[in-house]
Design a protein. Structure first.
Ligand code: SF4
Length: 492
């Protein structure tokens, strides 16, 4: 085996979670997702090391000395972080010219030619699902025998055949051993999850076809491929022993509730373990299933409402009615299941009126917390293609972020400017959180829970700092080849 480094490259201060995050952006409050996509091949390559630079506050200077200690480096990149990730690759290669270096992630999977030609430092791109592609490289197999690999011969890009999609997900080793070996789990924060939390995938792919959503259209596909309930429950049993400090487990599958009987079976197993858990869900889970999940430790759902306007939901192929999510939300409230609701401003069909409608809808269904993102056009998605064809894409939107890592409004409509779309995010947050009902809820939460008091106070201060920075400098000018992150609400 080649001595292998898996690197989530350094980036902006406060960069959320790296390429493996659904929300690759400088967020409202400091938060980090686990680098699970990199941990998975790391679990397949004995003796490897996973370094998550943003979560560890590591700069380029901090990671450069690592270059000399390894024979193979695998960097996870994304559309917003790509320009800076190339710079990191250049510097690593300069520090160790013998280092074999490759990129993985959705951005390079859909544009392998452009990515490989971005720098002589990049030796290969492992396309789509890259777990076993990387293991074969680490085993030292010749490049021309490895499915799913793109690389260069004399400066010319060569693409090997696609790798067969993984069907038996139980063949993937657990990532929690890599977490224990290489990560500090207290580094990982998410505003709406207890801390410390621990997150894993129990399956890949999503049955839905939302036009903006990156993962299912580029890597995971539209079939929900899952690990067996027994496999998941055993992993959680071990996790509970290995990380007694964890307060909450999160299943970051695109849509954990895509297979309801399986979700119920896993829940019953988790109930016996007595753990608190949360997951991504679509807003259509029936009441009976909700009750089973709640009775077995479910605390919170992350739900992608996206919009309160039915026509927009149709435009983005959400496969969901506003009415259904309204009922689902009421059911969750009744059962005491919290919701973190995600919304997107600026989707096709957006007008001033639909923005107003969505803000009112959010206040009405009243998730415990919300995340409001700007519609982002990732290469490889239907929305990106549509925006190019319709002329909605701002030419200067580039890597979708400003020079300070804050998301920019990439779309501009004849009837709704990108400035108005950008401004709507702050208005949305203010109107959702500064309501007497929400203020009372949050205050009550802090009174009941002293730990939450300190946390919410800190997050509140961060939130205002973020809005100030966004207003003053962050929002409107895409950075020169912008160094990093952006977000696209990509849940459910
Ligand atoms: S937004 Fe959610 S439901 Fe829609 S495709 Fe993406 S993961 Fe699936």
């Amino acid at each position: 085996m080649l001595k292998t480094l898996f690197l989530n490259p350094p980036s902006f201060e406060g960069f959320d979670g790296g390429a493996g995050s659904r929300y690759q952006a400088k967020r409202e409050i400091r938060s980090f997702w686990y680098p699970t996509w990199l941990a998975q091949p790391a679990a397949l390559v004995p003796g490897s090391r996973l370094v998550d630079a943003p979560a560890r506050d590591m700069s380029l200077e901090d990671v450069l000395p690592l270059a000399r200690d390894y024979e193979l480096a695998v960097l996870h990149t994304s559309t917003p972080s790509f320009p800076y990730d190339v710079r990191v690759a250049d510097e690593l290669k300069r520090a160790n010219p013998r280092l074999k270096l490759g990129f993985v992630g959705a951005h390079v999977a859909v544009q392998p030619d452009y990515s490989l030609l971005a720098s002589t430092a990049i030796d290969f791109v492992a396309r789509a699902e890259f777990d076993f592609t990387i293991r074969e490289i680490a085993e030292g197999k010749p490049f021309d025998s490895i499915d799913g690999l793109s690389y260069k011969i004399d400066g010319r890009v060569v693409h090997n055949p696609e790798r067969a999609i993984l069907r038996d997900m139980d063949v993937l080793p657990s990532v929690i051993d890599v977490y224990q070996r290489d990560l500090v789990i207290e580094d990982y924060f998410i505003g709406y999850l207890y801390h410390p939390y621990l997150s894993v995938y129990t399956g890949r792919g999503c049955k839905s076809r939302c036009t903006f959503c990156l993962w299912p259209q580029t890597i995971g596909g539209h079939k929900y491929r899952t690990r067996s309930p027994a496999n998941v429950i055993e992993e959680m049993r071990r996790a509970k022993e290995m990380f007694p400090q964890v307060k909450e487990y999160f299943f970051d599958d695109d849509t954990f509730t895509d297979d309801l009987p399986r979700a119920e079976e896993i829940a019953r197993g988790l109930g016996k373990l007595g753990i608190t858990w949360s997951c991504n869900a679509k807003g259509n889970v029936p009441y009976e299933t909700l009750a089973v999940l709640r009775d077995n430790g479910l605390r919170l759902f992350v739900v992608g409402y996206e919009s309160g306007d039915q026509q927009i939901l149709l435009n983005i192929k959400k496969g969901m009615s506003v009415e259904r999510t309204r009922q689902f939300s009421a059911d969750c409230h009744k059962l005491g299941i919290q919701i973190h609701g995600t919304f997107i401003v600026g989707l096709p069909g957006e007008t001033r009126e639909t923005i107003e409608k969505t803000i009112r809808f959010a206040c009405e269904v009243n998730p415990h917390t919300v995340q409001v993102s700007l519609a982002a056009t990732y290469p490889g998605t239907f929305l990106h293609k549509q925006a190019l064809e319709e002329g909605w894409l701002r030419q200067d939107a580039g890597a979708l972020v400003s020079g300070s890592g804050v998301q920019v409004a990439a779309l501009n409509y004849p009837h709704l400017s990108h400035e108005e779309i950008f401004g709507a995010v702050e208005e949305f947050y203010r109107r959702f959180y500064f309501r007497p009902r929400k203020i009372a809820e949050m205050t009550w939460e802090m009174v009941r829970n002293p730990e939450m008091f300190g946390r919410r106070m800190r997050e509140g201060a961060e939130f205002f700092r973020f809005l100030g920075a966004r207003r003053n400098k962050g929002g409107e000018s895409p950075g020169p080849g912008a160094g990093a992150p952006v977000s696209n609400s990509a849940a459910h």
